[in-house]
Design a protein around this ligand. Structure first.
Ligand code: GLY
Ligand code: MN
Ligand code: MN
Length: 445
């Protein structure tokens, strides 16, 4: 069924895209079901570009969008090919909108069963000087698009006239997705609200002796109770040294007295807007000296990085702000040594801080949109949303760069990350996830 019927927003986005397409037509496939094992599928997850422009939450559909210069004035601009209504299939797998529903509920000016794509695509792409299609991603649809394109090239050669070219429309779509509309920001605040509440509950529930999986269940249980679709990504619930594994998702170990617990979890709403939050706190309610020193350092780095989130700045500036604080602090603690500038330019902190400080966030957790063009970093603008997630990971897994000290044993097994979701506003920024506490005093007790 349609998950979040804000069809006006989808229609407006199509209008904006179409206005920029001129004489191009775009073929945009929906996602397919993905095999889990044998004949069992994962739960369906729509392609974010398709959902952004069409709002339809069904597998196997294909949208054709035609710019105003592609085709005649009365030709449909938005065509959907969808799975046809089918009582048996719907009994097994659930409701389908069918071609009629695609027109009635999703604003398609024409709609057909997906089985007719091969025969109808040529007609719908006729007159387009450019065909927008992302090659290499859609093995079912790609041969059909390439065949139509080849036919058009063939006709062009025989009858004269210009030939169509193939291009990737993703950049135009992702540039739109990078700048969130007010309605999208509202949805991201909702994802953040639910996810913050889950983190708060988890911290209050944690006791030594529990399993990481029990905290995972609590967090993800809250997501579902609050009406979210699912976790935005596999939740990371990592006690002690497990937190030094950046994408730890086993969540099977017992929580030990004296360790920290790192929880990186966020929900995805029914319309796929996501939150992405990390909090780290002592399992027994009391930081050790080493844990506290590192926690305060990460928190301070995060504050500086968040302060750098403002119009005209860039995610690179936020990253550099965090790295500088971390390196200064690690030098003070004796965990790095030598010349500060040499460490910064040589990245000689990478064995302790091996990742970037953030990424775009939206319909995808690692959202689309260029973070730079060559050497030019994308300037932050109001409406962009990024995570700010510095961390420190003290383990002996990575080789220590030449000239740097080995990590003493009393520091090993500490992994800390603090991650918030931050929207750029006209006056600076809004921390969407501010309701998840992170002060040292809030983490203890
Ligand atoms: N949870 C994935 C990330 O923080 O990027
Ligand atoms: Mn993240
Ligand atoms: Mn995260």
């Amino acid at each position: 069924m349609n998950s979040h019927p804000n069809h006006a927003a989808h229609a407006q986005r199509r209008q904006r895209l179409l206005a920029s397409l001129e004489d191009a037509a775009v073929v945009l496939p929906a996602a397919h079901l993905v095999t889990h094992h044998a004949d069992v599928h994962h739960r369906f997850r729509q392609d974010s570009d398709f959902f952004y422009l069409c709002g339809l939450d069904e597998a196997n559909a294909v949208a054709v969008l035609r710019g105003h210069g592609a085709g005649g004035p009365r030709d449909p601009r938005f065509v959907l090919f969808v799975e046809p209504r089918d009582a048996t299939a719907e009994v097994w797998n659930g409701h389908r909108w069918g071609a009629e529903g695609a027109m009635e509920h999703f604003g398609a000016e024409a709609a057909h069963p997906i089985g007719e794509l091969a025969e109808r695509l040529d007609g719908y792409l006729h007159g387009a000087r450019r065909i927008g299609f992302r090659v290499g991603r859609h093995p079912h649809v790609e041969p059909l698009v390439l065949r139509v394109w080849a036919q058009q090239l063939e006709r062009g050669q025989r009858h004269g006239g210009p030939s169509a070219s193939l291009f990737d429309a993703s950049a135009a779509i992702h540039a739109m997705r990078l700048r969130k509309e007010p309605g999208e920001l509202e949805r991201m605040r909702e994802a953040a609200r639910i996810s913050c509440a889950a983190h708060e509950q988890a911290r209050q529930a944690v006791r030594a002796g529990m399993g990481e999986y029990q905290i995972e269940a609590l967090v993800e249980g809250h997501f579902r109770k609050a009406g979210a679709r699912q976790p935005a990504y596999p939740s990371i619930v990592a006690g002690g040294d497990n937190a030094c594994i950046l994408h730890y998702t086993n969540n099977q170990d017992p929580l030990r007295d004296g360790d920290l617990l790192l929880i990186d979890a966020g929900c995805s709403l029914m319309d796929y807007y996501n939150a992405d939050i990390t909090r780290t706190f002592p399992i027994n309610g009391q930081f050790s000296g080493e844990q506290r020193a590192l926690y305060e350092l990460v928190l301070s780095a995060q504050r500086q990085a968040i302060a750098a989130v403002q119009p005209g700045s860039s995610s690179a500036k936020a990253h550099n702000a965090a790295v500088e604080v971390l390196v200064d602090g690690l030098l003070d603690l004796g965990l790095l040594q030598g010349d500060r500038e040499a460490i910064l330019t040589g990245h000689d902190y990478r064995h302790i801080y091996p990742h970037r400080t953030g990424h775009w966030l939206g319909l995808d957790v690692h959202d689309m949109g260029a973070s730079r063009l060559g050497d030019h970093h994308t300037a932050l603008e109001p409406g962009m949303v990024l995570t700010v997630e510095p961390g420190l990971y003290l383990s002996n897994r990575l080789p220590v760069p030449e000239g740097q000290p080995p990590i003493p044993e009393n520091w090993q097994g500490i992994g800390i990350r603090i991650e918030d979701d931050v929207a750029v506003t006209a006056g600076g920024h809004e921390v969407l996830t501010a309701a998840a506490l992170k002060e040292v005093g809030d983490m203890e007790g």
